[in-house]
Design a protein around this ligand. Structure first.
Ligand code: GLY
Length: 352
């Protein structure tokens, strides 16, 4: 088992290793004294992993209650949040009890926000069951629900007490869910870890998976430890995301986040190269890494379509946009541009 210590306002550990779900009760009891554990999960994860989780928590002395909602982004809303809060109230949870978020990003965001709101904050533990959640959303304390006006518009920074990543769960993922996280893993290599980038570029990402997850989480923990509340440095995590989010929107969210980020990284690297913003050619290595892993590198949308979608993105502040630009493999920087420069940047990124 590997451990990453996240040094935020409230510090915690991320435990990464094989067979950890079976031991989750014992591991959680080291940071929360046994009381009621409310497992929040979706119907798909419930069928696969709720039984093991419940047994382990019960063996460790917790009283277990469960709230299950329908899987998918459509559930990440105020109505389901309200149902969870009423459930926690009905089960009479107190500040000495805890929420266990068992699932992917939607579960973690929703359950984490419920834990942040209920009685102004009760402890919560993340048990990610997707590759993307393991290396991104379960770490760093961003919790949220979507509003009609957009994604993640209501939320809170609220750090978990513990994150338990069982690598057996991630290894067992089907190819689609695995590749969704893989694009983000390649991103971590690209922005901060040349050894990870080199390893993943070879195209056998399931090899040394525990260490790859560890390296991704370590990168995220370092960045979040310096900028917990997203004031600047944390935006480095958004490499490939300006175009990536625009691609997701243009596709009406039929393109997965990971695939959109994959195309977005190519756009950012190509634009940086052709506009002279990088110290070296970062486009060829990112194309090689993505191609070797079967990730998409060509974007089906025009510069006009992407610009229109990107300009409604939440990362725009006033008339400026922060772009994440590669300097060299393992190093990126934040480059501020005027909104009026975005169409040129995206057109250069598409090779127009
Ligand atoms: N997912 C990006 C962040 O946590 O800031």
């Amino acid at each position: 088992m590997k451990t990453v210590h996240v040094k935020t306002s409230k510090s915690y550990n991320v435990l990464i290793g094989h067979g950890l779900l079976n031991r989750c009760g014992e591991l959680i009891s080291q940071v929360c004294s046994p009381g009621t554990a409310a497992i929040i999960t979706d119907d798909i994860v419930y069928a696969l992993y709720a039984g093991i989780t419940e047994m382990s928590l019960t063996d460790a002395g917790f009283r277990v209650v469960k709230f299950v909602f329908s899987s998918g982004e459509k559930s990440k809303n105020m109505a389901v949040l309200n149902e969870i809060l009423e459930f926690l109230a009905g089960e009479e949870l107190t500040k000495s009890d805890l929420v266990v978020a068992l699932g992917g990003g939607v579960v973690g965001d929703l359950a984490g926000f419920a834990a942040a709101c209920f009685k102004r904050g009760i402890p919560f533990v993340q048990i990610p069951t997707t590759f993307l959640a393991a290396i991104d959303s379960s770490v760093g304390g961003k919790t949220a629900v979507n509003l009609a006006a957009g994604k993640n518009l209501a939320g809170a920074f609220y750090q978990p007490k513990l994150v338990i990543c069982d690598t057996d769960i991630i290894s067992a993922l089907p190819p689609g869910l695995f590749s969704n996280g893989l694009a983000e893993a390649i991103k971590y290599g690209f922005i901060s870890d040349p050894i990870l980038f080199e390893r993943l570029s070879a195209g056998s990402p399931r090899q040394e998976l525990e260490d790859s997850i560890y390296r991704c989480v370590l990168s995220k923990a370092e960045i979040v430890g310096k900028d917990e509340f997203d004031g600047g440095l944390r935006q480095l995590l958004n490499f490939g995301h300006t175009a990536g989010h625009a691609i997701e929107k243009c596709s009406n969210f039929t393109v997965s986040h990971g695939h959109a980020v994959s195309m977005g990284m190519v756009i950012a690297a190509r634009a940086a190269l052709s506009l002279g913003l990088s110290n070296e050619d970062c486009l060829s290595p990112i194309l090689k890494a993505l191609n070797n892993n079967g990730l998409p590198v060509s974007c089906p949308y025009s510069a006009e379509e992407l610009t229109g979608a990107a300009l409604s993105d939440k990362k725009r502040s006033g008339g400026r946009i922060n772009l994440i630009i590669p300097r060299k493999i393992g190093q990126c920087h934040i480059h501020k541009i005027d909104v009026s420069q975005l169409p040129g940047f995206i057109a250069a990124g598409l090779g127009d």
